[in-house]
Design a protein around this ligand. Structure first.
Ligand SMILES: NC(=O)c1ccc[n+]([C@@H]2O[C@H](COP(=O)([O-])OP(=O)(O)OC[C@H]3O[C@@H](n4cnc5c(N)ncnc54)[C@H](OP(=O)(O)O)[C@@H]3O)[C@@H](O)[C@H]2O)c1
Length: 409
C-alpha cells in the first residue's frame, strides 16, 4: 500500500497583520488546499522578533512564506531559503522593488519559485495575470490605482471639500492611513509597486530608484472643486508604459474624465488596467490591502507552488527609461482680474505649442481663477510654458498643474 503524501511544511516569517491572518486562513482552508494539491499544509515554525530561529525553521520547512516586511533581514532570509532549494512566497514590495534582479537571479539559479502576488494590490491577481495569462503578450501599458490610502483621501476630499490635512487625520482614525503616512502620500509606496509591475510587464530590469514619483500632499480642495466642473476626478496613478525609445514608469496625481474605467474607483480600493494590442484592455479592481485579503493572495501563491505552476519571470531586454514624455495637463492660475489677462496667458501657452482644450473662468473681486485643461504635449514644453506664466506680472500665486488622461471612454 502506498504511503499518503507527506504534509507540506510551511515556515512562516512574521506573524503580524498578514502573517497572523495567513496562519488562520491556512488552518481553515487546509482541507481545500489538500483537495486541490494532494498535500496538506502545516506550519512548521513561526519567526517573530521575540520567537523562533530562522535556521531551525528553514531546516524543517519545505516552503518559506516571508511576511516580515523591510529589507534586512528579510532579504537574507529569502535568499538563503531559495539557495537551500525552498520556494518562497512574499508580500514584500520594497524587497522586490529594490532587489528584484538579485532575487530573480537566485530563484533561477536554484530552480525554485518566488511568488509575490500580495506585493502589488494585495488580493487583485495582477501579478499572475501579467506573468501567466499575458506572459507572452506584448503589453503596452499597465497602470492604475495601487495605493488605497491616497485613493481614500482623494475621494473624501472630492466628496466633502475638506482639506488634505483634515481628511488625512480622518483616514488615520479609520485605520486607512498609518501614523506615519509619508510612504503612501508621497507616492513612494505606489512607486515600489510600479517598479515590480513594469519589470513583469516589459521583461526588463526596473528598480525603485528609476521610478519617478509625485504625491498628493499639495492637492488643494479648489483643484477638486474646479475639476468637477470640467467633469474630472482625481486619482494617484501609477503608470508604466512603452514610449518611443524605451519605457516610462511614474507615479503622479492625475485627473480622469468621467467614463474612464478608473474614475469610479472610490475609497480605499485599488484598480489596475493592462493594455495591449492583442487584448485591448483589462481592468481589475478590489481591496488593495488588509490582513485577510493579503493573506488570501499569499495562500493562492502557496497553492500555485504546490500545484507546480511555474510563472515566467525572465528578463529579456534592457529598455531605457524615457525621461520626457507627452501628457495632457490641468492648469490652475490665480490672476489679476484685468482686461487682456486671458489673452496674455493664451499667448504664452501658444508660443510654447501648448493648446487649450477647455477653460473655466471665475472672477473673485479683483482676482480671477483661470482653470484649464491643455491637450497632450511634451512635458518639458509644458514645464517651460508654466515657468513663463510664472513670470507674467498678472499672476497672484504660482501656477499649479496636475496630469490629465485626456482619453474619454
Ligand atoms: N498589511 C497589509 O495590508 C499589507 C498589504 C500588502 C502587503 N503587505 C506586506 O506584508 C508584509 C507584512 O506586513 P504586516 O502588515 O503583516 O506587518 P506587521 O503587522 O508589522 O508584522 C510584521 C511581522 O514580522 C515580524 N518581524 C518584523 N521584523 C522582524 C525581524 N527583524 N525578525 C523577526 N521577525 C520580524 C514581526 O514580529 P513581532 O510580532 O515580534 O513584532 C511581526 O510578526 C510587509 O512586507 C507588507 O508590506 C501588507
Amino acid at each position: 500500500m502506498s504511503e499518503p503524501p507527506k504534509p507540506v511544511r510551511i515556515g512562516l516569517l512574521g506573524r503580524g497583520n498578514v502573517g497572523g491572518a495567513f496562519a488562520e486562513l491556512l488552518a481553515e482552508r487546509a482541507d481545500a488546499v489538500e483537495a486541490a494539491t494532494g498535500r496538506r499544509p502545516e506550519i512548521s515554525g513561526v519567526l517573530t522578533r521575540e520567537d523562533g530561529d530562522f535556521g531551525a525553521i528553514l531546516e524543517r520547512s519545505d516552503l518559506i512564506v516571508e511576511l516580515m516586511g523591510g529589507i534586512d533581514p528579510a532579504r537574507d532570509f529569502v535568499l538563503d531559503a531559495m539557495r537551500a532549494g525552498r520556494p518562497v512566497v512574499t508580500a514584500n514590495k520594497q524587497l522586490l522593488a529594490q532587489h528584484g534582479d538579485e532575487l530573480f537571479a537566485v530563484a533561477r539559479e536554484a530552480g525554485v519559485q518566488l511568488r509575490f502576488e500580495a506585493a502589488v494590490a494585495a488580493v487583485i491577481p495582477i501579478v499572475r495575470t501579467i506573468q501567466e495569462s499575458f506572459g507572452v503578450t506584448e503589453i503596452s501599458k499597465v497602470f492604475g490605482i495601487v495605493n488605497g490610502t491616497t485613493n481614500f483621501i482623494l475621494s473624501e476630499m472630492a466628496a466633502s471639500g475638506a482639506s488634505y490635512e483634515d481628511v488625512l487625520a480622518q483616514a488615520q482614525d479609520l485605520g486607512y492611513a498609518e501614523a506615519d503616512p509619508s510612504d503612501d502620500v508621497s507616492g513612494a509606496d505606489a512607486a515600489a509597486k510600479m517598479a515590480i509591475l513594469a519589470r513583469l510587464a516589459f521583461h526588463t530590469p526596473v528598480t525603485l530608484a528609476e521610478v519617478s514619483y509625485e504625491g498628493i500632499e499639495a492637492i488643494q480642495p479648489d483643484d477638486l472643486a474646479y475639476a468637477k466642473e470640467l467633469g474630472l476626478s482625481l486619482k494617484l496613478l501609477g503608470v508604466a508604459e512603452r514610449r518611443e525609445g524605451g519605457i516610462s514608469v511614474r507615479v503622479f496625481p492625475c485627473f480622469l474624465y468621467r467614463g474612464h474605467p478608473l474614475a469610479p474607483i472610490e475609497g480605499p480600493f485599488n484598480a489596475v488596467m493592462v493594455e495591449a494590442p492583442a487584448i485591448n484592455e483589462v481592468t481589475m479592481s478590489g481591496p488593495g490591502a488588509g490582513g485577510l485579503q493579503t493573506a488570501s493572495a499569499v495562500l493562492g501563491d502557496v497553492v500555485s507552488i504546490l500545484a507546480g505552476d511555474a510563472p515566467v519571470h525572465e528578463t529579456r531586454v534592457e529598455l531605457p527609461i524615457v525621461a520626457d514624455v507627452t501628457s495632457s495637463f490641468y492648469l490652475y492660475l490665480e490672476v489679476a482680474d484685468q482686461p487682456g489677462v486671458l489673452a496674455r496667458v493664451a499667448t504664452v501657452l501658444g508660443d510654447n505649442e501648448v493648446s487649450v482644450k477647455s477653460v473655466v473662468q471665475r472672477g473673485l473681486g479683483d482676482e480671477a481663477r483661470l482653470v484649464m485643461v491643455v491637450h497632450e504635449c511634451l512635458e518639458s514644453r509644458f514645464a517651460t510654458a508654466v515657468e513663463a506664466l510664472g513670470r507674467l506680472g498678472d499672476l497672484r500665486a504660482p501656477p499649479r498643474s496636475i496630469h490629465v488622461i485626456e482619453e474619454q471612454f
